[in-house]
Ligand binder design. Structure first.
Ligand SMILES: Nc1nc2c(ncn2[C@@H]2O[C@H](COP(=O)(O)OP(=O)(O)OP(=O)(O)O)[C@@H](O)[C@H]2O)c(=O)[nH]1
Length: 208
């Protein structure tokens, strides 16, 4: 197979402990879900080859620790990100309250332009009983709208039931690609990419 130019994109996934960051990433990359909770220590990454609008892309997805005692280790990996995903659990109000703290911490650590840098906010675990809901879609959209001038998109998802996970990472890929400017591209062999060429849908909000 002939070598094609490949774009290398870095995505950082943040959010409180237990919201499902690892599970979302595993569902997208390995099509697997585990009920077992194993805390991420520092940060860990997986890669996935995708095609976005005829461009070959290697996504490097960094899963960072939500647990406070491991967080400072993970911050070292924020640098060079092309997109940031912040996850909360729709059944846990505190995890939603933390979203803005994660965003501010990321902006502080990376000195990114608050208006230009792309953030994707994800309400995970929507598969659980509706009576357990603590964060309504309305509340989440209001938060996004309140960040006037920011490049922010909101999704709801379930890593367990694989709801919206592909659409979520398709949007991540597109936003990261748009944002990518000064990062290194490289030429590499290309094998079995996931084709991401259909129009975006299932985005529940708001490019503020
Ligand atoms: N019902 C349900 N459970 C989920 C979902 N996503 C994750 N979980 C469960 O939530 C727990 C925590 O998931 P993780 O993906 O490890 O959470 P994390 O955000 O990576 O946690 P840290 O590594 O501590 O930052 C696990 O027991 C998962 O099985 C989901 O969409 N639905």
């Amino acid at each position: 197979m002939s070598a094609q130019k490949r774009v290398f994109l870095k995505v950082v996934i943040l959010g409180d402990s237990g919201v499902g960051k690892t599970c979302l990433m595993n569902q997208f990359v390995n099509q697997k879900f585990s009920r077992e909770y194993k805390a991420t220590i520092g940060a860990d990454f997986l890669t996935k080859d995708v095609v976005v609008d005829d461009k070959l892309v290697t996504l490097q997805l960094w899963d960072t620790a939500g647990q406070e005692r491991f967080q400072s280790l993970g911050m070292a990996f924020y640098r060079g990100a092309d997109c940031c995903v912040i996850v909360y659990n729709v059944n846990n109000s505190k995890s939603f309250d933390s979203v803005e703290n994660w965003r501010q911490e990321f902006l502080y650590q990376t000195s990114q332009d608050e208006c230009a840098f792309p953030f994707i906010i994800v309400g995970n675990q929507i598969d659980k009983d509706a009576s357990k809901r603590a964060v309504s879609l309305h509340r989440a959209l209001d938060y996004c709208k309140s960040k006037h001038g920011s490049n922010m998109i909101h999704f709801e998802a379930s890593a367990k039931e694989n709801t919206n996970v592909t659409d979520l990472f398709e949007t991540v890929s597109r936003l990261a690609l748009e944002n990518e400017s000064s990062r290194d591209d490289f030429v590499n062999d290309f094998s079995e990419p996931l084709l991401l060429s259909k129009p975006l849908n299932n985005t529940s909000s708001c490019n503020c």
